[in-house]
Design a protein around this ligand. Structure first.
Ligand code: UD1
Length: 391
């Protein structure tokens, strides 16, 4: 572990990234870990987060007492059709990037960070470009196997590029490959410290039969219509063999509640539907024997750090089919099941049933999943931040 520098002033860090949980939580975890490392050496941290008003980071950073500011930024919508790339929305948004760079430059010049950490999402682009204009060290963190759009734009300007798995290194553009360092994807420590019994109390799961395994279904913060539809059709079988916590996305709760009202009372008592799982997420994960999920990088990092048997239903349109790639990578070592393409209720049942029926099978898959986990990722990322610092 890299020791914190001995400074007569606080260490100054600017973080930029967000939009979704996948870019926000690794940044948050890196901040907390760096703060602890500095405190252990008698130092302290001054941190400023550059994000967007609409992103998850706008809620997460202030709730954590982290100073937060926004800059103009534009979402660049990818398309294989060059004419679609020139859509009015894309042109308008591209024009906002230079304005964002100017704003970020002012922020960075004023704050004088020792390092700028960019964790992806489109807000990271103006902040990362401004970091290099101001000649501040720029550390990128990539959660997914292939560099995301923002990190690809910034790679040539980076001091170091922290990636989440070895398989990312050969995929880095050749001109920047030497900057790559494997850290893993930081997972919030509280996610690893849940208690199953607390989930029962917090969510009021009094009808759950604890002799049966529990399935946690999650479609990511927004929920997934595809997973919701397939799970709804599987529930009549599933609830005979398991308890189910179903995180469906805030927009989908009402429709699903209506269809669940047709379940027999005994099955219904073993079914808990919720839009979003907040602070009780660690406890829900502790309760889960099997997880049915999207395969975003954040969720994957959490499930492998915990060692959870999982059935993944990847988001087909994710960048470069990244979620399918993530899921297949785990499946290739027996650490998960990946259901790609069209997924029917029968497909889901075929994947889940053997896991519900056989605890030894679950334990073997959990063991193989854990081999992919990197519980020390936040420490490694902090090492990279400290070694890049211009102090
Ligand atoms: C649609 C899209 O572009 N998805 C991308 C996005 O994922 P996205 O951010 O949607 O999903 P991730 O799996 O990376 O992270 C979701 C995070 O939200 C948490 N959570 C989820 C539901 C809930 O009710 N409560 C809760 O706390 C999860 O535990 C996890 O920590 O960024 C990831 C990391 O770059 C990419 O791999 C994904 O492909």
């Amino acid at each position: 572990m890299t020791n914190a520098p001995r400074l007569s002033r606080p260490f100054r860090l600017i973080v930029s990234g967000g939009g979704t949980g996948g870019h926000t939580y690794p940044a948050l975890t890196a901040i907390r870990t760096l703060r602890d490392r500095l405190a252990a050496g008698g130092g302290s941290l001054d941190v400023l987060w550059i994000g967007t008003e609409e992103g998850l980071e706008a809620r997460v950073a202030p709730a954590e007492g982290i100073a937060f500011t926004t800059v103009a930024t534009g979402k660049i919508r990818r398309s294989s059709n060059p004419l679609k790339m020139l859509s009015p929305a894309n042109i308008r948004d591209m024009a906002r990037v230079p304005l964002g760079v100017l704003q970020a430059r002012r922020v960075i010049a004023g704050f004088r960070p020792d390092v700028v950490l960019a964790t992806g999402g489109y807000v990271a682009v103006p902040a990362g470009l401004a970091a290099r204009i101001c000649r501040r060290p720029l550390v990128l963190h990539e959660q997914t196997v292939r560099l995301g759009l923002a990190n690809r734009r910034l790679a040539r300007r980076a001091t170091r590029i922290a990636v989440s798995s070895e398989s990312s290194l050969p995929l880095l553009p050749e001109s920047v490959r030497a900057l790559g360092v494997v850290t893993g994807n930081p997972v919030r420590p509280e996610v690893l410290a849940g208690h199953a019994d607390k989930a029962v109390g917090a969510l009021g799961l009094w009808g759950f039969d604890r002799r049966l395994p529990t399935v946690y279904v999650t479609g990511g913060a927004q929920g997934s219509q595809q997973i919701n539809d397939v799970v709804r059709d599987t529930l009549p079988w599933l609830l005979q063999r398991a308890n189910v916590v179903h995180q469906c996305g805030p927009a989908h709760v009402d429709a699903l509640r209506r269809s669940a009202s047709a379940l027999p009372p005994e099955a219904s008592a073993r079914y808990h539907l919720t839009g979003f799982v907040g602070p009780e997420l660690p406890d829900v994960l502790a309760l889960a024997d099997v997880v049915v999920s999207r395969s975003g990088a954040g969720t994957l990092a959490e499930l492998t750090a915990l060692g959870k048997p999982a059935v993944f239903v990847p988001l087909a349109t994710s960048a470069g089919n990244e979620q399918a790639h993530n899921a297949r990578h785990l499946e290739s070592t027996g650490a998960a099941v990946a259901l790609t393409g069209e997924v029917t209720a029968a497909d889901l049942w075929q994947a889940v049933e053997p896991l519900l029926a056989d605890p030894a099978r679950r334990a073997a898959m959990a063991h193989r999943a854990r081999a992919h986990g990197r519980p020390d990722a936040a420490d490694r990322l902090v090492d990279v931040i400290l070694s890049a610092a211009s102090v």
